[in-house]
Design a protein around this ligand. Sequence first.
Ligand SMILES: Nc1nc2c(ncn2[C@@H]2O[C@H](COP(=O)(O)OP(=O)(O)O)[C@@H](O)[C@H]2O)c(=O)[nH]1
Ligand SMILES: [Mg+2]
Length: 445
Amino acid sequence: MASDKSDKEDRDDSAKTRLLIAENIRRVEEMLRFLPLHADTVSDLRAKIGLLRTILLEQRAPALALVGRRGAGKSSLVNALFGAKVAEVGHVKAQTGRGKWFEHRSERGSISVLDTRGVQEGSSPAESDAAKDAVASIVVELKKKVPDVILFLVKASEADSAIDADLVALERVYAEIEREHRFRPPLVAIATHCDVLEPKGTRLHKASEESPEEIEEKLARVSEVEHHLEAKIKERPKLAPHLVWTRGISTYISFRKDDTVRADERWRIDELVGTLFKHLPDAGRGTLVRIARVRGLQEDLANNLTRATAAICAGVAALPIPVADVIPITMLQVTLIAGIAWLSGRPLDRKAAAEFLGAMGANVGVGFAFREGARALIKFVFPGAGSMVSGAVAFAGTLAIGAAARNYFLRGSSIEDAKKTFDDTKTSPDTSAENEKRTRDWDIN
Ligand SMILES: Nc1nc2c(ncn2[C@@H]2O[C@H](COP(=O)(O)OP(=O)(O)O)[C@@H](O)[C@H]2O)c(=O)[nH]1
Ligand SMILES: [Mg+2]
């Protein structure tokens, strides 16, 4: 019961935090109306505010349609993304979510999956009633919600046999989405079970411990399968333009009876997550990186969030406002801390930000509220500020907060290291073109 109560408190806290963040973002947006800046700069800042809003307040489950036969590894792929057992694997009887959008959940977020198995059986001339039903139900589901990305899965050992029926099914899925939504999602083609290609015992996920010749042989087989799969898809004009990625992977994780992980033999899942990330709208990206915990992507998103927040803070500081009025700026900085903690997998609430600020030496009370934290942060980020905070100082201070929070929450640095990062970044922020580029490699969707 006690835990029910604290669960509820956490949810309330999270809801309150969201409200506060939304309110402050609105307030900052208002302030920008009075900015004596060029219209282009103002609209750029509005886009950045949009990014904050999307990442922090408008996240949803990424929607993935999985096309592939029974046994291709669709459920295993879902588990591989989570790094945990959320979907039943290999049981014919486990028909969870058959032909329906299904939310696979964890504490860190959900992924919405449409498992289209059975659809290829409906592509044959002698289709059974069951197969027709499968197709009909998938058509209904595709009307309800449009997938962000379509994943086509085939077993590596079966990629050169009869995949034509699967590809016809895939075309059918595209035709339905196109008709209903006038949208053609990106297509990701995957050869699963690459770990069992010859030489079978050679471990792709531990390549550095294996003999280089055997790894080379295995990789050559993987690449042969990929070429074949890609060529097959490229033959079809209705699919070819949408193909964005073709790779062999392994999703294999062995779970004990209590669902804990016995062996993790996943291979190239980070790359797959990177591809999904690239093709998802921003509203699904935060959720994906929380779930899949790919550090590089969490950091990219954290850096983007940091840079956007820093630019907004600098914009607000360009207004002739006295120090007492920099609360919206420091509120944004507290929000940034909370946001980066959230990207690491923690809930979006005040706890993580309070822990961080307290440890950094900003004096925030037990009954920490965002506003109170913001006040404490003024002294911390802008010590000895005169009567005004300049745009440049607000910018550097925000970059420093973001870098320290990233090191603490995402890299697991000690608070001492985070403090050092804060001091170093504040005096010489990394505004190098290289750092800029790193996170611009993917567009804001
Ligand atoms: N070795 C290996 N086994 C896999 C891989 N992906 C799936 N499997 C196994 O293949 C079987 C079918 O996988 P499942 O995910 O249930 O396929 P689905 O029917 O498409 O959902 C299960 O026994 C999985 O453990 C993989 O990449 N490597
Ligand atoms: Mg399955």
